[in-house]
Design a protein around this ligand. Structure first.
Ligand code: ADP
Ligand code: MG
Length: 306
């Protein structure tokens, strides 16, 4: 079932088109990486989904209801790129307040706020004013506020920016748990290598346009330059690769062979059938970063000619 659907959504600021005819839909229980360079239109898109900005044209529906419908608010969690807090509230009070705003009872909100504060290692700050928190701590409170009411759709705009590595991992762990609990998550970031390890799908945006909408499986399958890494001292392997004219480099006993899928299976078959001794054998898939680079470079190339 699609939890969120954008159809031909555009947003203009005066004559500038920040989001240009964007369409995509998100399925239940999946984590979507929303990736693009600064100024690509990620925050503008997320703010429209969150109902903070009105689209210039197009439709956005959450669980088949238009985004302007107030009833859907309880299904939606949102953490902004630059979270804003009520200045004089302590962390615990703030989270309880946010929970009750989303329809939770005080008791439920209190219990969940305590759990999240503990989970995000903020316990020693629970009564401190959020306004005095560091940027990273504010991000964590922003995340807690976004998920306290167990929303079905969670929008996280750069949730790991400005966080130390431990805090990043904490947040990523929480995101994975949310997905396994069937929540749908849209997470924007430009730290591609980080997203790549845990997202199910990737949406790449550039100049307000969606340029890629694919599952990570598809991304890995379509990498035509996959490299096979084989750590082996066996001379027969080298003879085989030479004989087949496969292109490889050999460094410290490690072969890196650039091959397509057919060649890959033929090499693996040879290794197994001839009992070739190896320490390591694995596929080095094209990283999301490589893909991102290839897409954005291609785009730059096009504009060079215009
Ligand atoms: P991202 O989050 O991908 O970095 P944004 O969505 O924040 O990008 O911005 C997309 C583009 O829209 C940028 O060029 C930005 O300057 C412009 N923009 C965003 N908000 C406004 C606004 N309120 N008024 C005018 N231009 C804006
Ligand atoms: Mg942004």
């Amino acid at each position: 079932m699609s939890v969120l659907k954008l159809e031909n959504v555009s947003k203009s600021f005066k004559r500038f088109k920040a989001v240009d005819y964007m369409s995509f839909s998100l399925d239940e229980g999946k984590i979507y990486g929303f990736i693009g360079p600064n100024g690509a239109g990620k925050s503008t898109t997320i703010n429209m989904i969150a109902g903070l900005l009105k689209a210039t044209s197009g439709t956005i529906t959450i669980l088949n209801e238009d985004v302007s419908n107030k009833n859907i608010r309880k299904y939606l969690g949102f953490s902004s790129e630059f979270p804003v807090f009520y200045n004089d509230m302590g962390c615990l009070d703030f989270l309880i307040y946010m929970g009750t705003l989303c329809g939770m009872s005080y008791k439920e909100a209190y219990k969940e706020a305590l759990y999240l504060i503990d989970r995000l290692a903020l316990s020693s700050f629970e009564n401190k004013k959020v306004s005095s928190f560091s940027t990273g701590m504010k991000k964590k409170v922003g995340l807690a506020a976004a998920i306290i009411h167990h929303p079905k759709l969670i929008l996280l705009d750069e949730p790991t920016a400005n966080l130390d590595p431990d805090s990043r991992l904490e947040i990523i762990e929480i995101i994975k748990e949310l997905a396994s609990d069937n929540k749908t998550i849209l997470i924007s970031s430009h730290v591609l290598s980080e997203l790549e390890t845990f997202i199910d799908n990737v949406l790449i945006i550039q100049n307000g346009k969606l340029v890629l909408d694919a599952s990570m499986e598809e991304v890995q399958r379509t990498s035509d330059n996959a490299t096979l890494i084989i750590n082996s001292k066996d001379q027969r392997l080298r003879a085989f690769l030479d004989h087949k004219a496969y292109i490889y480099t050999l460094n410290d006993g490690v072969y890196r062979v650039k091959v397509d899928n057919d060649a890959k299976s033929s090499i693996k078959k040879y290794i197994v059938e001839n009992d070739i001794d190896f320490k390591e054998l694995y596929d080095e898939n094209m990283s999301l970063n490589d893909l991102y680079e290839s897409i954005t470079k291609g785009e730059r190339h096009e504009t060079d000619h215009s």
